[in-house]
Design a protein around this ligand. Structure first.
Ligand code: ZN
Length: 162
């Protein structure tokens, strides 16, 4: 197959006082996602979708959360490494479509900056990255502001198809 799709999903618990990194951008908020890395749930979902598209396992397989070298790591570096793995397999990114599920703060004002940041990290055009945001209508763990979830799908294609 010269084109392949991948799907990624990630969740992090929100905790008071944690820095809120999302899509490579710092959000202003009282709470932030807890995690071994910087807990950037949008980048993690995108990484999983990319790895899934190339059938290269998942983010936890490549960057184990018990490994001290990944403690507090900037997830942009993980995304860079994932893109290197994808390109090593002869693929290039087609497009990403992601949805962030979060009650507060509002994600929409940050989306242009996130797209710009991720396009630079991935080395692609901003038009290839779609980021959407929704609340959970006050239902479930997202609705109770206990956590943040993100879904992402990606399409990759073979650069030199045989
Ligand atoms: Zn994560």
């Amino acid at each position: 197959m010269n084109i392949r799709v991948g799907f990624g999903y990630d969740v992090h618990r929100l905790e008071a006082g944690r820095a809120f990194w999302l899509g490579g951008v710092r959000l202003e908020h009282t709470h932030g996602p807890k995690g071994h890395s910087d807990a950037d749930v949008l980048i993690h979902a995108i990484c999983d979708a990319l790895l899934g598209a190339a059938n290269l396992r998942d983010i936890g397989y490549h960057f184990p959360d018990h490994d001290p070298q990944y403690k507090g790591i900037d997830s942009k570096l993980l995304l860079q490494e994932v893109m290197a793995l994808i390109r090593k397999e002869g693929y290039e990114l087609g497009n990403i479509d992601a949805t962030v599920c979060l009650e507060v703060p509002k994600v929409n004002p940050y989306i242009p900056e996130m797209k710009q940041c991720l396009a630079q990290v991935i080395q692609t055009e901003e038009k290839n990255i779609s980021i959407k945001a929704t609340t959970s209508e006050k239902m479930g763990f997202v609705g109770r502001k206990e956590g943040i979830a993100t879904h992402a799908v990606v399409l990759i294609y073979k650069v030199n198809p045989i």
